[in-house]
Design a binder for this molecule. Sequence first.
Ligand code: SAM
Length: 224
Amino acid sequence: MLANLKNKRPLEDNYRHRGLRRKLVSEIQSKGITEANVLEAIGNVPRHLFMDSSFVQFAYRDKAFPIGKGQTISQPYTVAFQTQLLEVKKFDKVLEVGTGSGYQAAVLCEMGATVFTIERHRELYDKVRALLPSIGYEPMFFHGDGYAGLPTYGPFDRIIVTAGAPYIPEALLEQLKVGGRMVIPVGSQHHQEMKLVVRESETEYRTEDKGGFIFVPLVGGKSG
Ligand code: SAM
């Protein structure tokens, strides 16, 4: 009975949540996020609705939290950092690999992007597919392996990978438009370097290192 009540979270967003979001926006601004459209999106998306019920009271802390299945909702600063590097414009076609809680996808939708998001965990995929449209966000959801991208929907203006990859998947490089940008954490299971990849021509890519992060692993790929 109590457990049932605990799991029934009303989808409300009130003045208290909005106040906490304003504080969160100031916090990530003080950590170096400057782009107005990114800050505005973080200020608008009700992160508390994306949290596991055990952690909902911490929704506006600048931290990652468990969402079940051994996965996490990323730290807001990390979401903002990746989104800022992407330089998302309204109507950009954006592929996200690693839907997780759906929070990053909602931030991208809030910025006016057309979002395609892939998740390998069926339960997370089902949960987010029900949640996001109910609170006004309508990305296209896919259950599958993000290493392969979405060849039939590409190419994409922007690609964001929100799990730590051992290498940059070839399929994602192919599905990036010329002039497009991809942001992907690459490294070991314990530490990754955030890479910005810009496709400069059909055959040329420029890669820049943007600092160290720790993500849950992008599962699968060549190493299994
Ligand atoms: N973007 C998410 C958010 O806003 O909550 C956080 C993503 S979480 C850090 C990483 C997600 O990537 C997990 O949900 C995990 O199941 C997913 N994932 C891992 N490997 C994957 C793969 N090969 N294809 C698709 N999703 C994958």
